[in-house]
Write a protein that binds this ligand. Structure first.
Ligand SMILES: C[S@@+](CC[C@H](N)C(=O)[O-])C[C@H]1O[C@@H](n2cnc3c(N)ncnc32)[C@H](O)[C@@H]1O
Length: 325
């Protein structure tokens, strides 16, 4: 259970809120899935817009976030259903709750400001805390488990693949020589001292390593792939899928998925005749990623890196007009 104080302290300003609502266009009676409920900012607007009888199924892996969202959105009663688990499982769990032909699905990827600011969660290199980084603190390996048990090559692979860190091997060797490392500031301090502030000005040298560890701990890219694949089959024809990503690895995945799913034939271009018989399942609604306005970035700097892409479900032979931009 969470109390009012915890609800009030769970600050998270939803990004691209106006744009998400415009693209998902909630109407009375609509049904939505929010795969990343967080503090419920986007979900609240979708529930308000689909009054009096629209319903929303909200997933989050973080039980604390779910408890806060449930309390914040209590006014919507049984129009909100929450699921403690990954949106990667939505293809199976959404139909169990009667959500199998929905009007819109939202994934607002990554972590919330609240999770970042809570030192005990271990996401931030600026706050002393255990190297945890699990969205669901009840299960799975922590960042400390990876840092202290993997060999230098495995660590370097994580830093390169999930952080695009150019000094991945050097940092991995440094960690292996200096471990055990148990806290965020031990790890960040080591990287800062030994690698220095050579990267982008204003960016802490441990930024990419922390991003990489968080992605590896939570298998985030695998979950995005599972979520995207599962979401398409849950949309009614014309239903929309809206994805907000915060770094290039996620955005690239989303862009490639949308491109692939919006093509009929996926045979190699050099093949003269189509043999795959593929049919597009999605139609792009946004041709380019939508970004926050200057006003939103000024009010919420976190929105600077947000990229929103939207696609609509099609059934074979049906189209829904050209993309918006
Ligand atoms: C950026 S926040 C969402 C904020 C939310 N849209 C709002 O308006 O408050 C992302 C949330 O997704 C959750 N999350 C991350 N990966 C997840 C996954 N695979 N399945 C379900 N929730 C996930 C995190 O715990 C976090 O609460």
């Amino acid at each position: 259970m969470v109390d009012d104080e915890q609800v009030d302290s769970y600050e998270h300003t939803p990004v691209l809120l106006r744009e998400v609502v415009a693209y998902l266009d909630p109407q009375p009676g609509n049904r939505f899935i929010d795969g990343t409920l967080g503090a419920g900012g986007h979900a609240g607007e979708l529930l308000a817009g689909s009054a009096p009888d629209g319903r929303l199924l909200g997933f989050d892996r973080d039980p604390a976030a779910l408890a806060v969202a449930a309390r914040r959105l209590a006014q919507y009663g049984d129009r909100l259903i929450t699921v403690a688990g990954s949106y990667g499982d939505m293809a199976i769990s959404a139909p169990e709750h009667g959500f199998d032909s929905v009007d819109g699905i939202l994934l607002d990827l990554g972590l919330s400001s609240r999770q970042l600011e809570d030192a005990e969660r271990g996401f931030s290199f600026l706050k002393e805390g255990p190297l945890d980084m699990r969205f669901d603190p009840r299960q799975g390996e922590t960042a400390a488990d990876l840092i202290n048990n993997l060999d230098a090559k495995e660590l370097a692979d994580i830093f390169r693949r999930y952080g695009e860190e150019q000094q991945s091997r050097r940092i991995a060797r440094l960690i292996v020589v200096n471990r055990p490392l148990l806290t965020t500031t031990e790890l960040a301090g080591l990287i800062e001292r030994e690698i220095g502030r050579r990267g982008r000005p204003g960016r802490h040298p441990a930024t990419k390593v922390f991003q990489a560890l968080r992605i590896a701990v939570n298998r985030e890219l695998e979950e995005v792939e599972r979520g995207l694949n599962g979401a398409v089959g849950l949309l009614r024809p014309g239903g929309r899928l809206a994805i907000i990503s915060f770094h290039s690895l996620e955005d690239r995945l989303v862009k490639q998925f949308f491109r692939q799913a919006s093509r009929d034939c996926t045979c190699p271009p050099e093949q003269p005749v189509c043999t795959c018989g593929g049919q597009a399942e999605l139609k792009l609604v946004t041709r380019k990623a939508v970004q926050a306005t200057a006003e939103e970035i000024a009010a919420n700097p976190r929105s600077r890196s947000a990229r929103l892409r939207v696609a609509a479900r099609i059934t074979s032979g049906r189209t829904y007009g050209p993309p918006d931009d």
